[in-house]
Design a protein around this ligand. Sequence first.
Ligand SMILES: Cc1ncc(COP(=O)(O)O)c(C=O)c1O
Length: 399
Amino acid sequence: MLAERLAGISASASLKVAAEADRLRRAGVDVVDLGAGEPDFDTPDHVKKAGIAAIEANFTRYTPAAGILELREAICARYRTDYGVTITPAEVMTTAGGKQALFNIALVLFNPGDEVITHAPYWPTIPEQVKLTGATPVIVQTRSEDGFTVHAEGIISAITPRTKAIIINSPGNPTGALVTEAALAKIADAAASRGIWIIVDLCYERLIYEPEPHNLPRILFEKMRDRTILAGSASKAYAMTGWRCGWTIAPPVLTTACNTVQGHSTSNIASMTQKAALAALTGPQDAVTRMLDEYRERRDNVHAWLTATPSIRCVKPKGAFYLFPDISDLLSPDGLRTSAQFAEALLEQARVAVTPGEAFDAPAYIRISYATSQERLREGATRILSFAESLSRRSIAAG
Ligand SMILES: Cc1ncc(COP(=O)(O)O)c(C=O)c1O
């Protein structure tokens, strides 16, 4: 009955835990939810006011599919300030979140039979969108031992004559890892000489905790501007997930193609969202800094709390708002065998919701979101630690 393109496409594995957590909460159970992939902060007031003002001024009609010129100009100005790169509005398309930004690109660029390289552990939407176009995702694994670093050599050795594009996500979900400028430069040299596109998912670009150089746009523009695509989003930086505002920055010919695709699917993003995003991008950025400082403190705390037990090994992430601990020491053939079983038992017995690593092509890991209050994080960490201790005791008793 369903179209063939759906064969092999998985629904989000995190949904199962989320649905069960929701069921328990409705039944009055005190669940600590560390599954969220979105900021717990409210949208900043001046941004909300801009959205409300847009509605009250009857700014409620269709706009150009690419978005109003002021918003596209504001995106250009933002990237000029943040990265020193010059972009024109003809290269900018606004989209219903970073998700649609990436999907437009996949639709206009990938053919059945093409290969698209990306790195794992990954955000599952990336390979699933590739598959929806009939192209094949080619996955390059990164390892926790070196902080999930994307090595240029790994990506370059995955290139074949069928490679159409390379998708880099930095900071990465779920690892929080950053691709280094040096690695990206090497990848760009290899891609440019073979006519391969590079797509960078910069969804978490404003959530970087260390003063590490991360000017990916400048490197790509210098080396291969005509084959560079940047995908951005207001969702995480400005706590605007529900407003749905993302964008692509791509050569005009590609932006025009995205305009055609989106013009025949969703058209423009909500008009009032555009005004709100304009306020977010052009207004004071202190809310971004405040959220970043708070996330950093949470990251440091929850990392310290969880790694108090040697059975949980965890890289300290450099960006985004997730910890991605290795829980393999807590799995066993006669106990909890997979991280999916671990996450299920953790929810049932300790009342903590986390996302199992299988969702990100990383069995033996779990993803913990620290986009929640310090108090709930402390409670969640305490419960996880005593759950881990009970598993260790059980395995000692069994062994
Ligand atoms: C790596 C990554 N890219 C893009 C997105 C897209 O988010 P949105 O569509 O809300 O902009 C997400 C959302 O979780 C993400 O984790």
